[in-house]
Design a protein around this ligand. Sequence first.
Ligand code: PEP
Length: 276
Amino acid sequence: MITKKSVSRRRPIAVGNWKMHKTVAESAAAARRLSRLLSGIRRLEVVIAPSCTALQSVGATLKGTRLRLAAQNLHWENEGAFTGEVSPVQLKEVGCRYVLIGHSERRRLFGETDNVAGRKVSSALRQGLNVIFCIGETLEQRRADQTAAVVREQLEKGLADVTGGSSDRIAIAYEPVWAIGTGQTAAALQISGAHEMIRRQLTEIFGPDSSEAIRVLYGGSVTSDNIAELAGIKNLDGVLVGGASLQTDGFAAIVKILDKMKRQDEKEGSEKCIFC
Ligand code: PEP
């Protein structure tokens, strides 16, 4: 039975991670089309994360729309001799409201540790950015029954300096590494189980009030074909979409299905509550 408690009041969110794809012109054109296709979306928050080179142009394109801009990475310092890096201050200047931190590709390919991710999280929050903090286990870790311990360590180290007061600017993206870019989406039961565990761990870290505001998303081979099943998971506050977000119309379809199903959940939840 749906009860008031089981229906989330957190604003659902869909994030498109374009990774190292699209030229500046292609990115701006996709952002323009997306903002047109999604102009009717009110409840769901939609965020796109283009390549660094396209941030300024996409930021300008999104100005005045409901879509939000995210960076895929940042350095923890505001300025300095850090060749090749981009600071939170620079990201805000081009219109970023969000930043992805701790993506498994950053961890796996660029040696980003939990401690480094933690420094980035603190810096981003200090500068007023919202953080999408990515966590998740590898296949070997899942098979060895280490998922809970791995996720716990990622959360504890990555959010070490976060105080309850800024927890509402954090979203956790649970992205099992084995599901990212593989076409192997986690099963609904695996996702809801992991989200339940993450929610429990967040409550232990931040306490019930502050943790309640934190959105927990799923990422890993989300497509327009499987979004309806994923959107039915009650403790899922949104999705982080990689490959499928590169197709503008496909990503718009994902957003629309998720928005519709989450609005439906809320409606059923509040209708139920009148009598409970
Ligand atoms: C991602 O990049 O975070 C991701 C989930 O990728 P994909 O959707 O392609 O698996």
